[in-house]
Structures are given as C-alpha cells and as structure tokens.
Design a protein around this ligand. Structure first.
Ligand code: ZN
Length: 413
C-alpha cells in the first residue's frame, strides 16, 4: 500500500543531550526507560477505512509520531510499520448502508487519511500494509498456529485458542467476565456455539454470500483482524533473534488494549515463543464537549473538515499536544481558541527582533518529552519563553529553537 509523502525532519542544531525516553507500559502499568538501541521496531495499528480521520485517530497517530521523532533524535533508526484494515465487517456494513462498492469506500477514506497525516506533519510508516495485500501472509500465520495445535474450526471458520499462551490476559489485567463483556462489545462473539473458550478469536472467516473472499489453503475467505496485525508486524518488522521480544513498541488507542492487542500478543507468543512487544503504549480517547466521541453518537470531529473550514493544521497539532496522551480528554472550541492564541504568540516571538535565551527552553522541551511525552509541560515552557521575548529579553537563537520544534514536536512555525 502506498504510504503518504515523507515529512522532512531536520537534524537538531547545536549540541543537546538527548536522554533515553521513558514511556508508560500498559503491560506493567509503570513508566519504563526505553533501552538504547540502534534500530527500534514500532508497530501501530492503522485505521479501518470507512470513516475519515477523526480527532481521536489524529491524537493516536500524533502520539506515535512524537515517539518516532524522539527516537530518531537519539540517532537511532526507527523501523515503523502500520497496517490498514481494508477488508473487515465495519467497512462492508458501511459500504452496504451507503450503497457504495467497499473497494471505492476504502480507497476514498484511505486517500483522506493520507491527506490528514500530511497536513498534520506525521512521519509516514516505512511499511504501510493493507489487509488485502497481506492475505497470503495471514494464511501462512494461520497455518503455523494450526501446526502448534492452536486452531479449530466451526463450520468453515477458523478460531484461535487464546489460552494457548499461558499469560493470555497479562496485558489487559482484566478478569474473564470483563474480557467476555468487552470482547462482545468490540466485535467478538463469546456466545457462538461450538467455541472451546468464549474468548477464542476468529482468524479466518469463510466467504459469505455477497461478500468478498480470497483463495487460500484454508478455503476462500478473508482474515480476522487480530491475526492481520500479528502477521504483518512479525513479517515487516523482521524481529531480531537476539532481542528478548519480537518488537520494541506496539501502539494504538487505549480501546485496542483488549481484545486486539491482548490477542495479537497471544498469537505472537505461540508463533515465536516471545512477547510481541517490550513496551505497549496506548493513547487515551478524545471526547467532544464533555461527551464520548463516537460513531454511534454521530459527534465525530473530522480533521479534514476542520482544515477545510480554515483551521491551521499546526493549531490542531498543538491543541492535541496541549494535554497528555494518556489522559482521556475533551476537544472543545475553547481549547481550539486557546491554541490559536498560543501558536500565534509563539510565531510572533520566533519572528521578533529580540529573541529571549533559547538554551533553557530547548532543554526543558527535550527533558519533558523524555518523561513519558510530557507535551503539556513542553508547550508551557514554550509559552513562558514567548512571553519573555515579548518583554524584550534577548540573546536566543530563533533558528535553533524553530528547528527543534520542527524536529521533535512536528511544529513548523
Ligand atoms: Zn492492529
């Protein structure tokens, strides 16, 4: 799948110490230092293209963009892979509802997503892989799970026994009743007759009438969602034998912790004998004006519509970074208005003839980001610096600060 155009990331000017970043690991529920490496392997779950990028998606991809940028600044290479679930039930349901061909709906929404990512200056993944193009890969992974004795069939559909991995449940920390409830809310079917365990998940779905299907050794059908990500991550991130885990970071929105990431982790352990990721990072949810933002409520705010109505993408980026990625938070007109003023003040300060000293604010931004991506603290330091400029403080280097904001925060100001 074609990714979106590259975003230039300038090398930092001046000499700065870039400490190793610490991130909150959803598995251990603690903030952990990410060890120093030459190559980091990061997998972030992509969209199902039946609705364009809403602010919740944007906040998630922005979080991993900040991690990507920070790891790059340490001098490391970041092998970043993202999937796109371009065949799944929600896509087919939406296409039927809107009387569209599912392929056309997917193509139009993927194009919108790419455009949003470009506008928000999100660095594209090295590999951007669609489910349809990964069907052989998924089929091979299912065969490998079958050889491990972890697959059974109900009619022509194939299911994976999640408890094949003894530490299934160790990522989400949920009890079984909660798992069943959430599984059922998020596309699973715990009560399906014939299941060995209610939490076993679909890995290959036989073709249904009037639905697409692809030939495979498992019959004509299509892949399940969890195995799609597991197979793509293990193939395109090419895990190193010498690493203790398959990859370094697996990420997505916090609604993916269970069942999606728990089930991917279980499949990866059966396939490789290792944990899928060293660190599982999850971005919290964005609401609107005090309410949960959701398709069912019809209150999704789309990035493309905000930009079309004249909102500066850098203001959107700034507003999303003004609160911490791990906090469920609200999008409001007030937040947008505040961000417009703050970005304007920083732009004015960068262009003013008297630039307040920049060494300290640069140090504070780097330090704040290294501490579990504390963007609110980084942006507050920037506000203080901008206020000092307006008071006439001098001696700073605007070019050096502008370069840092571009490189680490993705803000082109
Ligand atoms: Zn995924």
């Amino acid at each position: 799948m074609k990714s979106w155009p590259a975003v230039a990331v300038p090398a930092l000017m001046g000499v700065h110490t870039i400490p190793q970043i610490s991130l909150t690991n959803s598995k251990t529920l603690t903030k952990e230092l990410v060890g120093k490496k030459d190559i980091y392997r990061m997998y972030v779950c992509g969209i199902t293209p039946y609705d364009a990028t809403h602010l919740g998606h944007a906040a998630t991809y922005l979080t991993f963009d900040l991690i990507n940028r920070y790891l790059l600044a340490t001098g490391a290479e970041v092998l970043y892979v993202q999937n796109i679930t371009d065949i799944d039930d929600p896509l087919l349901e939406r296409a039927t509802r809107d009387n569209l061909k599912w392929e056309d709906l997917a193509t139009s929404q993927i194009d919108l997503f790419r455009g949003d990512m470009v506008n928000l200056r999100v660095i594209p993944p090295v590999h951007y892989i669609g489910a349809v193009e990964a069907i052989d890969l998924v089929s091979q992974a299912v065969t490998a799970l079958e050889s491990a004795g972890s697959i059974y069939s109900i009619d022509q559909d194939l299911f994976f026994k999640n408890y094949s991995s003894p530490d299934f449940g160790s990522l989400s920390h949920l009890d079984k009743e909660s798992m069943k409830e959430i599984f059922s809310q998020r596309g699973g079917n715990p009560t399906l007759p014939g299941k060995i365990d209610p939490l076993d998940c679909l890995v290959w779905m036989a073709k249904r009438e009037n639905e697409p299907g692809w030939p495979s050794v498992h019959g004509v059908g299509r892949p399940g969602w969890h195995i799609e990500c597991t197979a793509i991550a293990l193939k395109y991130l090419a895990p190193s034998e010498s690493d203790a885990t398959c990859i370094d970071i697996q990420g997505g929105g916090s609604d993916l912790i269970f069942p999606h990431h728990e089930m991917c982790a279980s499949q990866a352990r059966v396939l490789t004998g290792k944990d899928l990721a060293a660190t599982y990072v999850h971005a919290a949810m964005i609401g609107l004006d005090g309410e949960k933002m959701s398709k069912s409520k019809g209150n999704l705010v789309f990035v493309s519509k905000l930009i079309d109505s004249g909102t500066d993408p850098m203001v959107i980026r700034f507003a999303l970074m003004s609160q911490h990625y791990r906090l469920d938070r609200m999008w409001t007109q007030e937040l947008l208005n505040e961000s417009i003023v703050r970005v304007s003040n920083i732009r004015k300060a960068l262009q003013s003839s008297t630039i307040a000293p920049t060494d300290s604010v640069i140090g504070q931004i780097i330090h704040s980001l290294s501490d579990d991506l504390d963007t609110p603290r980084a942006l507050a330091a920037l506000d203080t610096w901008a206020a000092d400029c307006l008071k006439g403080s001098s001696g700073g280097d605007a070019a050096e600060l502008r370069c840092l904001l571009d490189s680490l925060l993705g803000l082109a100001l």
